[in-house]
Design a protein around this ligand. Structure first.
Ligand code: URA
Length: 212
């Protein structure tokens, strides 16, 4: 499910991958250096992203939790286990995806992201998207779905709805420098306290697979 190779095959591919890794690393370093946000002072680690920068699909979650903050890696706790099993159910691994969050530092007690935090952190998320150039962006939960659809001003949508109305319904995004499909999904952590969402998430992952 990785992108197809260019005319010159593996040589182009690996150079592109190295460039992407370097560009992502530069963004990560800039966040550590220049982002001003109280969350940063309270957090143990930056949680920037994981996976394959050359993947066709990018998942965007909400914010790091306790385990993510400790390890500096997104989706390594309970929600991560759910995401891993959903990926497995469609024959994918972390090698086929890149995963990042709206917020790069953990909000205290896992509270919801605040508008000013979203405004400070998401310019870096946009840079991640621009570097990775995914074919599909899967938004996990309400914050991610609303941010991505509002940011890319999806035509024809009356206001920005929530994930309960939009889940599993692909939305095409076309801007002057990007074209991708957004697939809103329930957040995998929601399966933990609403087991009835398990089947819906599995169905939506099957839909998502068709767009890769
Ligand atoms: N939930 C998220 O949205 N992101 C993580 O990294 C972990 C849990």
């Amino acid at each position: 499910m990785q992108k197809t190779l260019g005319t010159y095959g593996a040589v182009d591919e690996s150079r592109e991958l190295t460039d992407k890794r370097q560009a992502l690393e530069a963004v990560r370093e800039r966040i550590e250096k220049e982002l001003v946000c109280p969350l940063k002072d309270a957090a143990k680690n930056i949680v920037f992203g994981k996976g394959n920068p050359d993947a066709s699909i990018m998942f965007i979650g909400e914010a790091p939790g306790e385990k993510e903050d400790l390890q500096g890696v997104p989706f390594v706790g309970a929600a991560g286990k759910q995401l891993d099993s959903l990926l497995q159910s469609i024959g994918m691994t972390l090698d086929d995806a890149y995963i990042a969050n709206i917020l790069k530092y953990r909000p205290p007690g896992n509270r919801d992201p605040q508008p000013d935090e979203i405004a400070r952190h998401t310019p870096y998320l946009i840079e991640q998207i621009e570097i990775i150039k995914p074919k599909v962006i899967a938004t996990l939960g309400n914050f991610s779905t609303k941010f991505v659809l509002a940011r890319f001003k999806v035509a024809g949508m009356k206001g920005i709805q929530g994930v309960s109305q939009l889940h599993g319904k692909p939305v095409e995004v076309s801007t002057s420098n990007a074209m991708f499909t957004v697939i809103p999904l329930y957040h995998p952590a929601a399966m933990l306290y609403r087991p009835q969402l398990r089947e819906i998430l599995h169905e939506d992952f099957q839909i998502m697979k068709q767009y890769l």
